[in-house]
Ligand binder design. Sequence first.
Ligand code: PLP
Length: 297
Amino acid sequence: MSPDLATDGGPTLLKLETAQNTGAFKIRGAANKMLSLSDADRARGVACVSTGNHGRAVAHMGRALGIRVVVCLSELVPNNKRAAIEALGAEVHIAGRGQDDAMAHADKLVADEGLVLVPPFDDPLIIAGQGTIGLEIIEDAPEVNRVVVPLSGGGLLAGVALAAKGVDPQIRTVGVSAERAPGMLESLRAGRPVDIPEEKSLADSLGGGIGQDNRYTMAMVDRLVDEHAVVSEQDIARAMTFAFRHHGLVLEGAAAVGIAALLANKLAPCTGTTAVVVSGKNIDPDDFLAIVTSLEP
Ligand SMILES: *Cc1c(COP(=O)(O)O)cnc(C)c1O
């Protein structure tokens, strides 16, 4: 909790998914999905496409369950994320300039080698796994009035919003997108999935579109989310610096967007308690140091 992050006098709670095994919340959905695979599917092996953290979670579960894992990454995925996936014994394929290219490669592996796809967000079992965060927030802090959640493909936000509103329909749900990764926002505006050019961002885990064949997360985010905010690269850098200086937290850019939205006053006023999902910590240590030492405190 942080006095500096207080909104209208209400406290702000941070839900620290940085403490998860594999360093990000993605282990929740990956575990739920992979534990539900049949023995026949486990024997075939799995493929996934990832900005890094989903692949690491799938690799971790593959090792735990004895399942072959192939992770398809684009060239934009940072080296530290690739190395962590390889260290878990998964095969890594680097395919193309962005998530769409990596997805096409994964689809080919599924067709050619009979691997089972473990989607990064648009899957009921993945959404349900990420949604356990919402249940835990309410269990720990039943007084919460608002939850603020990073947004990319929307598995995290859809799950958290469904769980939170399922328990308490009054809870206000807020999605925070990075300015350089507006895939879901543009899609909601257009009323259909929109492909966006993938740009380098501090929030590398938020990159990519929502998939042209999106079945679940777009409709759920549309229905369950009360407010959207967008943060700039500078907002994210400030939030990472703030979280480090005031809370001793090492956050990757994607995990800092909720704090960024609060610090930059980008959210509608809300009295009461706010919970912010802080989604992961998998940033290269040298990149992190460069960011948090380059700004004035
Ligand atoms: C994947 C990821 C997100 C976004 O999750 P979606 O389900 O794609 O919206 C946010 N933060 C981190 C650290 C992630 O790895």
